[in-house]
Design a protein around this ligand. Structure first.
Ligand SMILES: Nc1nc2c(ncn2[C@@H]2O[C@H](COP(=O)(O)OP(=O)(O)OP(=O)(O)O)[C@@H](O)[C@H]2O)c(=O)[nH]1
Ligand SMILES: [Mg+2]
Length: 204
């Protein structure tokens, strides 16, 4: 898919303040620092469009980026940021749950997982919530440049085995690296397919 235009439109502190133009949205979620904002820059081929930081907790609001004047990429705050209080840790913020469970415009939620790590409880809990609530999602493994391709394949296979213990059907999954600029076409092709299955927008 060709990205002819990609523009930041707004940051929203809560769901009710998100854009109301009913364009389809594809959103990115995952632990703080997993590479959500970097992936948005890779997909749009616009370095610096979404703010990236080496310290976790950079993205605090819901950020909408309008693509080709037709659909949005949505950068969400990360979960599991270690500096939140102990009582809050493990829970997902209201901003995140409101968006992922109630945003009608959201076509697919991409859950990002650092390919270097064993399946983590917090990510599995989040995926469990999505499965229970019937939220359409896909998995994107990030930072593929930090491991060999064999390691990446075995880490992804282990993830599949872990998910199969609870689920009959597995979500789509891809390996990406914002550093090596790999996996971009896989994700964009998937978004393109999703957009093509949508009914044409109804006229007001
Ligand atoms: N080597 C490598 N580093 C990456 C990759 N993706 C992101 N990073 C680095 O990881 C750090 C976090 O990246 P961000 O894109 O800001 O992560 P985020 O998930 O948006 O983080 P929050 O907004 O804080 O939740 C930055 O230092 C990035 O340069 C990748 O594919 N490879
Ligand atoms: Mg971010």
């Amino acid at each position: 898919m060709h990205i002819a235009s990609a523009t930041f439109t707004q940051s929203s502190p809560k769901l009710s303040l998100c854009p109301s133009d009913h364009r389809p949205e594809f959103a990115f979620i995952g632990r703080s620092n997993v590479g959500k904002s970097s992936l948005i820059n890779l997909l749009t081929d616009r370095p610096g469009l979404a703010k990236v930081s080496a310290s976790p907790g950079k993205t605090r609001l819901i950020n909408h980026f309008l693509i080709n004047e037709v659909w949005y990429l949505v950068d969400l705050p990360g979960y599991g940021y270690a500096r939140v209080s102990k009582s809050e840790r493990g829970a997902f913020s209201k901003l995140i749950t409101d968006y992922v469970l109630h945003r009608e415009e959201m076509i697919v939620l991409f859950v990002l997982i650092d390919v270097r790590h064993e399946p983590q409880r917090l990510d599995l809990e989040f995926i469990q919530l999505l499965g229970e609530k019937g939220v359409p999602f896909a998995l994107i493994f990030t930072k593929g440049d930090k491991v060999s391709s064999n390691e990446a394949a075995s880490h992804m296979a282990r993830y599949r085995r872990t998910l199969r213990a609870s689920w009959e059907e597995l979500p789509p999954m891809w390996l990406t690296s914002s550093e090596k600029r790999s996996g971009r076409d896989d994700v964009l092709d998937f978004i393109d397919q999703c957009l093509q299955t949508l009914p044409p927008p109804s006229n007001p």
